[in-house]
Ligand binder design. Sequence first.
Ligand code: PEP
Ligand code: MG
Length: 424
Amino acid sequence: MTLRISHLHAVEILDSRARPTLAVTLATPEGVQVRAAVPAGASTGSREAVESRDRERDRYQGQGVLRAVGHVNGEIARELVGRSFPTAAAVDAELIALDGTENKTRLGANAIVGVSLAATRAEAAQRGQQLWQFLAELSGTAPRLPVPHFNVVNGGAHAANALDFQEFMLAPLGAPSMAEAVRAASEVYTRLKARLAAAGHTVSLGDEGGFAPALERPEEVLGELVAAIEDAGYTPGRDGVAIALDPAANEFRADGHYRVAGAELSSDQLIDRYEEIIDRFPVWSVEDGLAEDDWEGWSRLTARLGPRAQVMGDDIFVTNPAILRRAVESGIGNAALIKVNQIGTVSQTLEAVRVCREAGYRQMVSHRSGETDDTFIADLAVGIGCGQIKSGAPARGERVAKYNRLLEIDDATADSLPYGVAVR
Ligand code: PEP
Ligand code: MG
């Protein structure tokens, strides 16, 4: 099979936060036509592949992406259109070589990832395979339906409230199927809304569709979540609906301390706080519990929480295979968040997944806080068989699109795929 590219075109569109991003269309002479749209983060790791923003103050406050669009329609199209590639991975290699920088700064990670996602889709279509099937073959894994992690309370960089922790997620680990997991999240979300409203809180939404109440202490939010899980008739915990946190500690690190609800905590004091939280609440996973530059703290965090919880790295690992290898050697974390646009191509993302798998690190596929209707990550999560995904609340179209795609994959495979967190 070869992948011949007859058409490649990017256009500036909007993401879910009213910021510009790219949609890329790609076609082959055999009649395959695909589209991919590019997400963008707000609480980013400093070592992520660098997206190109126009920085023209008088247009979208400098956030336009016309330069990246121009790179796709100009330099990249000139290089790719009319050529045949053995695989989409070969297209990725070409993009990396053409860019020529470590962090994709020249052409822009947003330009490159749009083309990489589209090329991968095109190869799957050319082979007559579902995207998740093709990705499973590429990554050499048994496909699996992931436990969806629903971010139902937003704080940090994703909401205009005083909550320092960024994400409070429902994880229906005990659900018997994808459909029942989605149902549980929707029912708990609705109960949570009623509880917050009854207590006089605003039920307006943050960037990922979770509520953004004027609460400060993470423990108060966790209390509300447990009560909402019970109100909806589910059991809080790993046999029912558990909770996952993404404090995104980079965002509240200041002067060597962590500022949580007005308190200045050292790394060890914050680790103590997480231990107390895990003692009191059914929290099964903690992502970015400490900041990306606090590797010594991470080492103690992993030792203390690791036996009881998933210790997930996002901003610290940035889906980068080289950083992940160093983390594995140093015993930092025991799981990694997987975001294609943090590293910039699908093939490098699959390499990061391989590093995790070989080291026994779990993986969770993730959306970004700025999203589109693109559902690539749903297929990616199924294909790599990691058993975990996060895509925000069970509300807002750009979040729900991913969960709906998972429901459709479940239906199309007639319940033949296993559901649940992969055991390593
Ligand atoms: C995250 O931190 O996990 C996240 C999804 O946020 P962002 O996309 O803003 O980095
Ligand atoms: Mg995160």
